[in-house]
Every structure is written in structure tokens, then in C-alpha cells.
Design a protein around this ligand. Structure first.
Ligand code: DX5
Ligand code: ZN
Length: 232
């Protein structure tokens, strides 16, 4: 059984007011915060790294009763190198890119040995099959629906068959989609079987983030229910 998980991407936040915006997301019903770490090598952009995650963790301590999960999307060339620092800074899940490592199996073990959940992402040009041998050991698979590097890009519906194949093969796996998700594109992602929805622009620029988060959740829950997979 799986749950709907809505993860606003803080890349779309006003960084001058980051802490307060993060509280606002959790108060609006977000399950996770999606934290995009970019190194200017793996992707042509630089965003944020361990010091910011560390500050955010102090602002949002881990809690049993309130949402406080940090989903770290590592768009970096040397994912092995940053595992200890992200764990120390307060990351809960470490998503590396399949394209960035020679030994994904060893990396998954390294991430788990540092007490974090391990996830693997594929860029639009990478076939989803590469995830099949890894899936049993993963806490989540991420199917990118834009080229990683920037917020505000157009959703690629042609990625949906990847999501559908993962859902068919691994019914209980957390399957995340990231890039261009919002009210127009969520139906396709939910129908394909995605249950973890990253949304930057759509949630942060919404008049009412709470309403947008609920809209995304309703679409996911509807599909999970029709598949008999919804954990209520
Ligand atoms: C892109 C990032 C995304 C991005 C999504 O490289 O991985 O998480 O912030 O932003 P939107 O939802 O605006 O496409
Ligand atoms: Zn991301």
C-alpha cells in the first residue's frame, strides 16, 4: 500500500524568506520539503547545499507529530562525496541520479549506512529499466519530467510510460515525479501511478498553497484508490 506524498520544491521559494516559507508549506499540508541541491557540474545551475539544509533543520526540528521530512534531490557529479554532509545537516532522504555514479548499489548502501532513505532518479533521456535491478533496495524512484537544473519548465508527458511501468512492476514503491507539475499536468502523472509529487512553481506561486496541495493530493488518491493501492 502507498500514500500520496506532496513535496513542494523550495527552489521556487523566495530565498530571503526561506525559513518562513518552509513553515508555510508544512502548515499548508505539505508532507515533505523537496530540496534541490545543484553543483554547477551535473546540471548547469548552482542552488543550495549542506549549510542551508543545516539551518533549515534547526528551524524545523524532526518531529513525531508534525511534518518535517527533508527530501534531498542531489543533482551533483560526485554523489558519494556528499552523503555524510547531507546526513549531518539533517537530510532524511538522499536521491542520487543514476547517471552520476558508477556503482549505484554501493551508493544505496552508503546512504542507508548514514541513516537516510535512499532514492534514485533518472533524467528524461535515461531508460527506466536501469532502475529495475535496484528497485528492491530503494525507498523511492524518481522519474524526472523535465531536464534537471531549473524550476518552471514544461512537463514532459512522454515520461509517463516510465512511471506506469514502474508502478506495474513495483506496486508498493514510492514513485516520484519532478518538474512542471501543477493543476494541468497532475491528472497524467496520477493516472500513470505516481504517488510522490514534487511541485515548485505551482505551489509557491499559488494564491492558496493549501488548495493546490489538496488538489494534487486528491488526484493521486483517486488513482491509488482505483488501483486498490491507497493506504488510508
Ligand atoms: C528541477 C528540480 C525541480 C524543480 C521543480 O531540476 O529538480 O525540483 O524545482 O520546479 P517546478 O515545479 O517549478 O517545475
Ligand atoms: Zn528536484
Amino acid at each position: 500500500m502507498v500514500k500520496s506524498i506532496i513535496a513542494p520544491s523550495i527552489l521556487a521559494s523566495d530565498f530571503a524568506n526561506l525559513g518562513c516559507n518552509c513553515h508555510r508549506m508544512y502548515d499548508s499540508g505539505a508532507d515533505w520539503l523537496h530540496i534541490d541541491v545543484m553543483d554547477g557540474h551535473f546540471v548547469p545551475n548552482i542552488s543550495m547545499g549542506p549549510p542551508i539544509i543545516d539551518s533549515l533543520r534547526k528551524e524545523i526540528p524532526r518531529s513525531e507529530t508534525k511534518a518535517s521530512f527533508f527530501d534531498c534531490h542531489m543533482m551533483v557529479s560526485e554523489p558519494e562525496k556528499w552523503v555524510p554532509e547531507i546526513a549531518k545537516a539533517g537530510g532524511d532522504q538522499y536521491t542520487f541520479h543514476y547517471e552520476s555514479t558508477k556503482d549505484p548499489v554501493a551508493l544505496v548502501k552508503l546512504i542507508k549506512s548514514h541513516g537516510m532513505k535512499a532514492a534514485c532518479a533518472v533524467k528524461p533521456g535515461t531508460p527506466v529499466d536501469v532502475l529495475y535491478p535496484l528497485a528492491e533496495d530503494l525507498d523511492m524512484a524518481l522519474v524526472m519530467t523535465v531536464e534537471p537544473g531549473f524550476g518552471g519548465q514544461k512537463f514532459m508527458p512522454e515520461m509517463m510510460p516510465k512511471v506506469e511501468s514502474l508502478r506495474q512492476k513495483f506496486p508498493e514503491l514510492n514513485i516520484q515525479v519532478d518538474g512542471g507539475l501543477g493543476h494541468e499536468t497532475i491528472p497524467a502523472a496520477a493516472e500513470a501511478g505516481a504517488n510522490v509529487i514534487v511541485a515548485g512553481t505551482a505551489v509557491f506561486k499559488a494564491q492558496d498553497p493549501k488548495e493546490m496541495i489538496q488538489l494534487l493530493r486528491n488526484a493521486v488518491n483517486k488513482n491509488l484508490k482505483s488501483r486498490g493501492l491507497l493506504d488510508e
